[in-house]
Design a protein around this ligand. Structure first.
Ligand SMILES: Nc1ncnc2c1ncn2[C@@H]1O[C@H](COP(=O)(O)OP(=O)(O)OP(=O)(O)O)[C@@H](O)[C@H]1O
Ligand SMILES: [Mg+2]
Length: 347
């Protein structure tokens, strides 16, 4: 990994054809099943449970997250994905259970310490601080700032040079995420998608070893989708481990090396993306009785036919619409001009 945690090369220009990057394989030991051991796990969780009232939000017997790979955590709404993220990162406390990160126990370690240890996460609902500028948000993401200590803060010479370094690193990251022109704007003025990018950029200020992203694509403008996918793939190329929650199965197939499926708090399946998506337990978890439907259609966001939304958004959207109509899930609507034109043509 480079010292500033970002790629030395500029990101490919928007519109450039995406280059397929190799998947990481050989991650597990033995048969792919819930709780399967990994060759080199970075997180190992045991008996992690969290209930709210009568609901077992998380009930994970054993989970290992493979190091240096991109793992997708998928599952229907309410499966417990965000709650598991909250527990692993110290934002919530479990009723039971233990887990380690890089061999160190994280049970009871508060979120800010977890981040300092190299495990950072983003939120499903962005938490960028609206009344701070984009640059100020970035600097908050950095760890071990000398000016943070009261006595040191009174001696500017101690922190001024560090502040300049931080600003430079922040600017490099903002440029990579195409937010550099917004550095002095309040975060509140950013679109939802830009705030997601800011959160991801900010998380990289800590130079993490494991990045956990909760629905990174949700609310992001389709024009930014490809670059976001590239950013995530870059993290792996830089040696980081990624664990992300996503409902968009196309994205999961495209970038994940490994997929963990949750339903009703439990891990119900694990495996390589293509295998997992054919797994009857997974289809059950998503579909209940409607097994004739594809996973992607049910999650409502993606196409499962031929079009690739990362390269051909229009064709993909049209194909999704067609599938929904064919399946009787949606009704076809047409605009008035189209109907009038067809009537004119005598159809
Ligand atoms: N703070 C809370 N108080 C009460 N119940 C909660 C709380 N947080 C989560 N839950 C419940 O726990 C279960 C798991 O929720 P969670 O948000 O983890 O699901 P999720 O898999 O992230 O879903 P989604 O895909 O919709 O984001 C749900 O039944 C939810 O209602
Ligand atoms: Mg969630």
């Amino acid at each position: 990994m480079s010292s500033n945690g970002i790629t030395p090369d500029a990101a490919p220009a928007t519109g450039a054809a995406p280059v397929a990057r190799p998947k990481t394989t050989g991650l597990h030991v033995g048969e792919a099943a819930p709780g399967v051991a990994k060759v080199d796990p970075i997180i190992i969780a045991d008996g992690v449970r969290r209930s709210f009232g009568g609901v077992n939000a998380v009930d994970v017997d054993h989970l290992e997250v493979p190091r240096g790979a991109i793992t997708a955590l998928i599952g229907p709404n309410g499966a417990g994905k965000t709650t598991l993220f909250n527990l692993l990162t110290g934002f919530d406390k479990p009723d039971h259970g233990t887990w380690t990160f890089d061999g160190t126990s994280l049970s009871g370690v508060p979120a800010y310490k977890v981040a300092r240890m190299g495990l950072v996460r983003t939120f499903q609902l962005t938490k960028a601080l609206g009344l701070l500028t984009v640059m100020e948000n970035m600097k908050l993401g950095a760890k071990n700032q000398r000016g943070e200590h009261f006595w040191a803060s009174l001696i500017p010479a101690l922190w001024k040079s560090q502040d300049a370094e931080l600003e430079e690193r922040a600017m490099q990251l903002l440029t990579k995420f195409k937010l550099d022109t917004k550095a002095d704007d309040f975060a509140a003025s950013l679109s939802g998608g830009q705030r997601k990018l800011l959160e991801m950029a900010r998380s990289l200020m800590t130079e993490p070893t494991l990045v956990m992203l909760d629905e990174p694509m949700a609310g992001v403008n389709p024009a930014l989708t490809q670059s976001l996918l590239d950013h995530i793939l870059d993290l792996k190329d830089l040696g980081m481990t990624v664990l992300f929650v996503e409902h968009d199965m196309h994205m999961v197939r495209h970038i994940a090396d490994w997929v963990v499926v949750m339903a009703e708090g439990r891990i119900v399946a694990e495996g390589a993306p293509d295998a997992v998506m054919k797994d009857p337990a997974v289809i059950d978890a998503y579909l209940g009785a409607h097994q004739e439907l594809d996973l992607g259609v049910v999650t409502g966001r993606i196409d499962v036919i031929q079009a690739d939304p990362t390269t051909d958004a229009a064709a993909s959207a049209a194909a999704v619409a067609e599938t929904l109509v064919d399946e009787g899930i949606a009704e076809e609507t047409r605009d008035e001009a189209e109907t009038a034109r067809e009537e004119e043509e005598g159809r």
